[in-house]
Design a protein. Structure first.
Length: 157
């Protein structure tokens, strides 16, 4: 996580202003994430560096079941901005809720999650490709640690 923050501090000196209109003119993105969980994902940029993301889908392992995961994300300016793409890291804080449909031991799992990832914003299209990793901790019904891992894309309106 310190590496991501360090990249954010260096970003103004490494890359010039991004060329992509994601987060500037086009603030709402909708797409798909594949991994665990596999989701329909939405992200709304409140300004150029902060956004709200919500994922709705299916968790295939770990806690298993229907998944809901909102998060607040901070993405500093692009640390790479060449060859038709702006590359930005992001880090955030969020929560998750999983309805257990596999084991039927406990009906719901709830807890915080810390997402970290990389966004690739294309210059020539309002498209973002992303890779996300999140550490998650179940606090209801009992304490447990796990993680989320997904890749995907969003189209921005």
């Amino acid at each position: 996580m310190l590496l991501l923050l360090g990249l954010g501090l260096l970003a103004p000196t490494v890359a010039e202003a991004g060329q992509s209109d994601v987060s500037d003119e086009r603030r709402l993105g909708v797409g798909l994430g594949l991994g665990d969980p596999s989701t329909v994902t939405g992200r709304f940029y409140m300004n150029q560096t902060t956004s709200i993301q919500i994922d709705l889908g299916w968790s295939t392992w770990g806690w298993g079941g229907v998944y809901v995961g909102p998060a607040w994300l901070y993405a500093p300016p692009a640390f790479y901005s060449q060859n038709g793409v702006d590359v930005r890291a992001h880090v955030g804080i969020g929560a998750f809720l999983v309805g257990d449909t596999f084991r039927r031991v406990d009906p719901l799992y709830l807890g915080p999650r810390v997402p970290v990832g990389v966004d690739f914003d294309l210059w020539d299209a309002p498209v973002q490709v992303f890779a996300d990793f999140a550490l998650a901790a179940t606090v209801v019904p009992r304490f447990d640690l796990g993680f989320d891992l997904a890749i995907g894309g969003r189209y921005y309106f």
